[in-house]
Design a protein around this ligand. Sequence first.
Ligand SMILES: [Zn+2]
Length: 85
Amino acid sequence: MISVSEFCPRCQSLQTVEVTVSQREEVDADGNRRTIVTKSYHCVGCGSTLRSEDFEFVEEVGDSEAGEIGQQATEGETRIDEKHD
Ligand SMILES: [Zn+2]
């Protein structure tokens, strides 16, 4: 669980805000895999959701061999998947 300090307009003060990340996967008509990551910011003081942000990642999948999705936190790190020829 990530927590940050942010000003909450409801509490009118700086509060600890918990960030929850949820991830869901969709496959569009072209067979591309879309990963939608939603970050929700909850104030722990009043429990209200301050905001939520959606991030969308589209992966063009040539091979349907999809490995398990880990957390892709950094873009700089290239992960080499095993290839089955
Ligand atoms: Zn609050």
